[in-house]
Structure formats: C-alpha cells, structure tokens
Design a binder for this molecule. Structure first.
Ligand code: NAD
Length: 483
C-alpha cells in the first residue's frame, strides 16, 4: 500500500492546520512497515473541534433544527458516498489492524452504509413529538430533542463500523459530533471525513480528531460536550464512567466481553455446514472482536468429540497477510496486542490447560504480528484464560455436566456481552438463551443486527447501540404542559 499522508485535521467542515507538528504513524499489522501518517490532534485541536460542533449544534437554523426528512436525505447521501468508497475503507482498515480484507469488506465497508440508511429510514418514520392527553386536564407535548454535542471515542478493532454505531443514530437525532479514532487506525478516518465533506453534511456537524488516550480523556471531560459514547476496554470504560458520573454527563459504554458458546448435547456441528457461522461467533477478526464466544462450553458426554472438532476447525483456517483474499486469520493489530495474547497462552499452559492446536507463531510468517489459532482443552472456568478477555484467536473448551451447569458457567463471568447456543432444537436453544446473563445472544448463529439493540450487562457496559433504542442515547425528553 502506498504511503498515505495527511497534513490537516477535519474540523468545522474544513481541512485545518493542526496545532502542533506531532504525528501518528500508521503501521501495517501484516508487514510491520509504516504505511502512512496523519497529524496527532492535541487538546487545542479538541477545543477547536468541540467549538465547531457546539456552533453547528447551537445554530438556530442548523442541523438540530433541520426537518427529519432533510436530515435523512443527508444521511442517505453520506451512505452513497461511503458505499462508493467501501473498497478503500476495507483496504485501509485491513492494512492497519490486520482484519482479513474479506471480513473488512463485509463489515467495515458495508455496515456503516447499512446503518446510515436504516437510521435515515427511522428518522423519516418516527415522530419527534407527540401530544398526550393528561389526567389532570390539559394535554402534554412530549418532545424528543437532540442531546447536543457528542464525544464519540472508538477502538481500533472495527474502527469504521463502531464509529457508525455512534454517528448514524447521533446524526439522525440531530446531534453534532467530535469523533476520536484510535491511534492504531487513523488512515480510514480520513475517508470518513472526505465522505462527510462530499455528502454536504453541514460544517461542524462531524469533526474528527485522531489521538491517543490522554486527548480522549480531555474530550470526555470537555465542558462543552453534552454526551459521551465510548467503545473500548472495560478499564478505560470504568475511568470514563467515573468522569461522566462526576460531571453528570450521559454516557454509553460498550466494553469488553468473555462470552460463552454453549454447545448442547444435541448439537449437530457438521463443519461443512456450520464452519462459517461458528467462525463469526468465535474467531471473527482474528479473535479481536468484543462479542466472541471464546469460552466453548461442551457437554462431558461429547467433550472429546467437540475438542477434536474445534481443533480441526482452527487447524483448517488460513493464516496470512490481511490483504490476501484467502486469509481467514490475519495478524494481531499491534506488537503489544500479540505480546498480550502470548502472555495469556503461556498463562493457560502454566495453569494446566492443554493446547490441542496452535499456541505459537505460525511458521513462514516472519513479519507481522501473527499468532496461530489456538485451542485449549481441559480448561476450568476459574482459569485466567477463561475469565479475562484475551482478544486473540484463542478458544477455551470447558466441560459441563447438564444444561443447568452450562448456564451457571456461562454466567460465572464478570462480562455479559455476546454468546451463542448450538443445538438441533431451536426451542430448547431459545429457552437456554433466555437464562444467560448477557446483552445479546444467538441460537445457532451470531451477528449484531442493525435493527436490534446491541450492548452488554455487568462489566461489558452500560446502554445499548443499534435499533431504534440507540436513538434514545442521543435524545433528551422534554414535556411541555399545555394550558
Ligand atoms: P481501549 O480502551 O484501549 O481504547 C479504546 C479507545 O479509547 C481508543 O480510541 C483510546 O485512545 C481511547 N481511550 C483509552 N483510554 C481512554 C480514556 N481514559 N479516556 C478517553 N479515551 C480513552 O480499547 P482498545 O484496545 O482500542 O479496544 C479493544 C477493547 O474494546 C476490547 O476490550 C474490546 O472488547 C472492546 N470493544 C468493545 C465493543 C463493544 O461493542 N462492547 C466493541 C469493540 C471492542
């Protein structure tokens, strides 16, 4: 990939000079080579971005006051531009964070487009106010008003999709945004900025400040921000939640996960038919996906068979350069991320779990932060590798005796974000899914659905994204009592 260089920041609808010479270098996870660089936003740039978002929001004839139909048309235009540039988006994301390009095309390239069109449709359909007859006489006008300036902080694992989880409903609701991409994935954020400009979204409605965590923390506490929407680690989420609590600032937190993939004793896991769904539910994006069922719960009566099945499944995956069309497992996003995954693999071995496949670095891939797809058998749910989020292609197969024990183990986790139940009896699967403490769960499948709320319980977060429910994150209610 050519060296990509940007010298400005997208603030106030314009390409502006950054306040300092500091830069962020984007590095290919597959080759470890630099592939581009962008200015690193500083606090002064965040001030400028928030001021632009504030002006755009407070403008009495501005975005917040546009008719829903006009805002919806703008969202559709943005979707059209992003759809045209989907291949560039997919390639840039894949080059930076190591997401296999085929996955990046399906998710990073197309999910934002789908979301924008979905929220455009909702905006057209849903009334922002209703009149309710009162019990004490007069009517009340109940209004849903946009909440204001949103600080949106996104991680590197699905940088475009997770940004769209925030900006699509926020824009639909009439908010303005300052988006802070993660330093590991900055090049794709410029494609979004260009698309915003080309789609004619008014100046200041979307501003983008690529930067690290300190500048992120500055944005979270900025006095002119009305709402924070964060996706990332539980540790960062706790700290952001504390700050927002002190400021009484509304916050949505999408955090980590350690979900259970519960294989029931009647499951028919014929890899020829289920491999793709199993992959999405357990190993998508090199295991660097928050909702994955990385604890595979297997009935004791079929334990060996299921360990063998997952061993074959992991062993058949093609590991390679993320930009190679045939790659199913690319590298970890950063050297630090690979170190972390390798530390967990060592810890799992040290705690007595048994590696049935993988556990090292793949042969023949000397450049790039690769880790072999790894299956651990004989894992106890109390083991560190079963309790902490590894964020790599590492699955733990944990035995259980009956359905009640499966549910107990699934719920014995600090987290509660995703999960799956695999069974040949969908009713039984649904009954069991209802007992798992989690924000989302699939029966014989898993993929976040744009029309349904997505988010976590316990340490996986507070609030929901997607679906009509996500609009509420970006609205506040006002009751006007009519005399
Ligand atoms: P991270 O928490 O280190 O960083 C996420 C983003 O927050 C980055 O932009 C970072 O610069 C910024 N940041 C970090 N600390 C901050 C602070 N104190 N104040 C303000 N901003 C701060 O996470 P990561 O390593 O980039 O992403 C991986 C994590 O994200 C995993 O734990 C994963 O499970 C989680 N995740 C959750 C979801 C979800 O929807 N629940 C989706 C994807 C990823």
């Amino acid at each position: 990939m050519d060296d990509i260089r940007y010298d400005s920041l997208f603030i106030g609808g314009d390409w502006v000079r950054p306040s300092s010479d500091a830069r962020i270098t984007a590095v290919s996870a597959s080759t470890e080579e630099p592939i581009g660089s962008v200015p690193e936003a500083q606090e002064a740039d965040v001030d400028a971005a928030v001021a632009a978002a504030r002006r755009a929001f407070d403008d009495p004839a501005g975005w917040a006051h546009w008719s829903p139909a006009d805002r919806a048309s703008a969202l559709d235009r943005l979707a059209d531009v992003l759809e045209r540039r989907a291949e560039d988006v997919a390639t840039r994301v894949s080059a930076q964070n190591g997401m296999p390009v085929a996955v990046a095309r399906q998710l990073e390239g197309s999910f934002p487009v789908v979301l924008l069109r979905y929220y455009a449709g909702l905006t057209r359909e849903s009334a922002s106010e209703e009149t309710r007859p009162g019990l004490f006489g007069g009517d009340t006008l109940v209004r849903r008003e946009p909440i204001g300036v949103v600080g949106a902080i996104v991680p590197w694992n699905f940088p475009q999709t997770l940004a769209a989880f925030k900006y699509a409903p926020a824009l639909a609701a009439g908010c303005t945004l300052v988006i802070k991409p993660s330093p590991e994935t900055v090049l794709d954020s410029y494609l979004l900025a260009e698309a915003v400009a080309e789609a004619g979204i008014p100046a200041g409605v979307v501003n983008i400040v690529p930067a690290g965590r300190d500048v992120g923390a500055y944005l979270v506490a900025h006095p002119d921000v009305d709402k924070i929407s964060f996706t990332g680690s539980t540790a960062a989420g706790r700290s952001i939640g504390e700050v927002c609590g002190r400021l009484l600032r509304p916050v949505t937190l999408e955090l980590g996960g350690k979900s259970a993939a519960i294989v029931l004793d009647d499951a028919n896991l014929d890899l020829k038919s289920v491999a793709e769904k199993l992959f999405t539910a357990t190993l998508l994006n090199n295991g660097q996906t928050c909702f994955l069922g990385t604890r595979v719960l297997a009935p004791r009566a079929r334990y060996r068979e299921i360990v063998d099945l997952f061993t074959d499944f992991a062993g058949a995956l093609t590991v390679g350069d993320a930009l190679d069309e045939s790659t199913q497992i690319g590298p970890m996003a950063t050297a630090a991320q690979r170190d972390r995954v390798e530390r967990y693999i060592a810890k799992g071995k040290g705690d007595g779990a048994r590696v049935t496949i993988g556990g090292g670095r793949p042969a023949g891939l000397d450049r790039g932060w690769f880790v072999e797809p790894t299956i651990f058998a004989d894992v106890d749910n109390n083991h560190t590798i079963a309790q902490e989020e590894i964020f790599g292609p590492v699955l733990s197969v944990i035995p259980y005796t009956d359905d009640d024990e499966a549910v107990r183990i699934a719920n014995d986790s600090d987290y509660g974000l995703g999960g799956t139940v695999w069974t040949s009896d969908p009713d039984r699967g649904l009954a069991l899914a209802k007992r798992v403490q989690t924000g989302t769960i699939g029966v014989n499948t898993y993929l976040p659905e744009p029309t349904a709320p997505f988010g976590g319980v316990k340490a996986s977060g507070i609030g929901r994204e997607l679906g009509p429910e996500a609009l509420v994150n970006y609205q506040q209610l006002k009751s006007v009592y009519l005399g």
